[in-house]
Design a protein around this ligand. Sequence first.
Ligand code: PBG
Ligand code: ZN
Length: 338
Amino acid sequence: MRPSLTLKILREVFETAAKITSRLRKSRILRDLSCETELNPKRIIMPIFIKEGGRREQSRWPGMDWIPVGELVSFLSPLVDLGIRSFLVFGIPGFKDHEGSSAYDQNGVVQRAVKEIRGSFQSIAIFTDVCLCQYADHGHCGIVEQGSISRKKTLESLSRIAVSHAQAGADVVSPSAMADGQVSYIRQALDDSGFDKVAIMSYSAKYSSLLYAPFRDVASSAPSFGDRAAYQMDVRNRREAIAEALIDVHEGADIVMVKPALTNLDVISDLRERLLSPIAAYQVSGECAMIRAYAESTGVSETALAIETLRSIGRAGAGIIITYFAPQVISFLRSECL
Ligand code: PBG
Ligand code: ZN
């Protein structure tokens, strides 16, 4: 007797719920009104690749053109007008050496780009990627000694890079080397140099992934020997990401980031639940390349598909999203409000 009554009540609850949810789906206005999460153009960061000298070069990958410092202002102006407020700067240096010394050169490509942006635009947040792989001839994210990475020398070098970016005018430095202790080392170096207001966005849960291939092609930063599995996370691990993020927060990270985004939605959700810091997710080059390839082969809209994936990344718990589709996504979001 009892079980059947419970079943009856349950059925009623489900039926009522089903009616209510479908009622709110019947028009776009009601769907927009009742949605649980919303992409916000103010919370999107666009990566940009700045090249030493030469001309603008188009990339075969979405949003990954090389922009020379001289063309930076004309490149950025329409994007800033569109409403993009934050940029993550990557450098393509003129030369590479064993130590990656062009990464902390005061006249290096990132340092000059940051000064240029700072001088030309108000109300723009400048994020810089702090790593060695684009600048070192071996393509690894640290200082290599006798075939393996020297942690201490890597930390010293990363701090030097971060301080040089802060001197140029960066608002947020973003260490991506996955070297243990990088956040506390950089925090200390910034504070010691008078840059206590410069924030750190840490690539906390950075998985070893095949989805970085277009980036490595554009940044010519593929390792010349071995791979990055010795310092980037193993895709089989979930709880380890929580440990990585908690450590980074403890070391002084202001924003923690998960990357790639779409293959790690569970991790985004975990961090959202457990941390009080803003959570960023990086929709990496390979994710964008997959979206483009799928759109091209099926005829669906690339922008609409990008939006679908970004909405799911947002729903998982990422407040801040980094994506190469930033311009087209922001244009779409703006047009939607009209
Ligand atoms: C540098 C760095 C990489 C990316 C961001 N910073 C490459 C890597 O770790 O190999 C990847 C970004 C992308 O694929 O869009 N450490
Ligand atoms: Zn790197």
